[in-house]
Design a protein around this ligand. Sequence first.
Ligand SMILES: [Fe+2]
Ligand SMILES: [Fe+2]
Length: 309
Amino acid sequence: MTETFTLVHISDVHLGPLDGFHLRHLNTKRALGYLNWQRGRRHVHSRGVADRIAADALAQAPDHIAVTGDLANLGLPGEYANTLAWLEALGDPRRVSVVPGNHDIYTRRLGGASCLETWAPFMRGNETPTDETGPVRFPYVRRQGPVALIGLNSAVPTPPFVAAGRLGEAQIAALSQTLVRLGETGLIRVVLIHHPPLPGQAPPRRALEDAAALAEVLERCGAELVLHGHNHRQMLAWRRHGVRGIPVLGAASASAAAAHKAEPLARYHVLRMRRESGLAHIDCEIRGLAETEGEIVRLAREDLVMPGR
Ligand SMILES: [Fe+2]
Ligand SMILES: [Fe+2]
């Protein structure tokens, strides 16, 4: 019997409250971000909803959980500690993988631990003993069962009003080698990144600057699935590697207690994956709130099959 691997994908929980906000952390970007949170975002992103989504996700008996960034809001050390507890409640770090978002690496560091230190157990690779100790390196590779999770860091400190991301040449080159190497193993390659990875998927101030280079690597080297967040919307796009399609799947925020502009209520993905006759089959269930203060239910389900095939 073919092994089915269940991967949960959660993104952009933006956990509050903004614990540990102190005058010594203040700069222009954090001051503006704090006002934005107080005036609007704190009424959208609910810790209670994030906790309910987490409980529903665990009830699906996942083999692994991927969290694609924006766990925090202003990149404060207090937020990292608060968020660490939420991550630990999701499960053993060996079964929960995180990549940082632009709200996690938000501005220049003003003292205190970075999220790359606080969340390190959730971001270390597991291919060699050296991967499992020491500093976090991207791309990381985490193998579990028939799947290899490849984590990228697209978060860079940016000025006020800029939420763009960047991988850089070194990370893209390393990704290219990693995808080719893992492609030879037959593992289902799942790439995790916070920013939407393809050109045109976000306006320039919010976009991945080297999306064109990343898209070229995906098409040349292949991957079975790419998961991202950042836009707080359900998204599905495709790239092609040879005759095979690569689904590029974006999750909405998993903590939205209220719809906000074009952003829906909280939702997340349950991805059931298996290899059959050499091909990866991925069934995607979208679960979340159908109505404000409602139950968490199945909203939709589809096989990820490239259109026209
Ligand atoms: Fe976000
Ligand atoms: Fe983001």
